[in-house]
Structure formats: C-alpha cells, structure tokens
Design a binder for this molecule. Sequence first.
Ligand SMILES: [Zn+2]
Length: 64
Amino acid sequence: MNGVTKKKPSRRFIAGASCPSCAKIDTTYIDLRHKLEFRVCIRCEFEERRMESVSPKPLRFQPD
Ligand SMILES: [Zn+2]
C-alpha cells in the first residue's frame, strides 16, 4: 500500500488569515474548483478568486 495517492479534502483553511468582509480570523479556506483557487469564508458570503497558479511556459527558441 502506498499512501501517496490518498485523497485530500479540497478545503484548506488558511491559518491566521482574516476575512476581508467580516474580519473574522481562521474562517477563510481555499476551495479548489476547476483548477482555480477560491478563497471562501464560512462565516459570511465572502468569496474571492485567488491568483491563477502560474503555469510554466515552454521556452521557445526562434531560429534567426
Ligand atoms: Zn467572512
């Protein structure tokens, strides 16, 4: 058995982070939807899309 492919919950709470809407601490978590990260608060309706994860662009050398 290898526990590497163990399924993790998509909710990742942000320790010490405060909600910009209700100002509560430790109420926001990261929700993964369609490969996008959303920051969601469990205390209010706050929801915000986080920065898109940078995808590595392949280097292209153009012959001159
Ligand atoms: Zn909130």
